[in-house]
Design a binder for this molecule. Structure first.
Ligand SMILES: [Fe+2]
Ligand SMILES: [Fe+2]
Length: 152
């Protein structure tokens, strides 16, 4: 399978979100790289990094949606939760010794690209507008602080 190549249609044009999405893509590509090396320790490490980072991204994204008063936040959170459940089922199987990486990669690639292009794209206008006002309301550096909080 091929690496995911970042393309312009994946951009939300919210810089902090795009850099997080790119990082998730690079973790998926790392997983692709280690897949055939038959080293479960390395695979587990990449899987854990990918899962940890993705959970932080979801929490961060949800906080931006919440602050912006995005109307479909509950649905979006539910979509994140269902995906987390799906991935944790894969992790369980991995821990039981199964080779799940190929199957997981197919799911990750399809899910992520679809999610960025449709669900994430849907909050962009309201979140972008809110971020524009945020420094005035909450003081400079709010975004940096918030990133630190979720990615400590
Ligand atoms: Fe999302
Ligand atoms: Fe996202």
């Amino acid at each position: 399978m091929a690496h995911i190549q970042w393309s312009d249609d994946l951009n939300t044009n919210i810089a902090v979100i795009d850099s997080q999405h790119k990082r998730i893509v690079s973790y998926i590509n790392n997983l692709e790289d280690v897949k055939d090396k038959d080293d479960r320790t390395v695979e587990e490490q990449v899987l854990n990094e990918l899962v940890d980072y993705t959970l932080s991204h979801f929490a961060f994204e949800e906080s931006l949606m919440e602050d912006a008063g995005y109307g479909f936040i509950n649905g979006h959170k539910r979509v994140h939760q269902l995906f987390v459940k799906r991935v944790s089922d894969f992790m369980q199987r991995f821990k039981l010794g199964e080779d799940i990486t190929e199957e997981l990669l197919i799911v990750l690639k399809a899910w992520l690209i679809n999610h960025i292009k449709s669900d994430d794209n849907d909050y962009v206008d309201i979140v972008k507008k809110n971020l524009g006002n945020m420094d005035a309301r909450k003081g400079d550096g709010w975004l940096t602080m918030s990133v630190k909080k979720f990615f400590a």
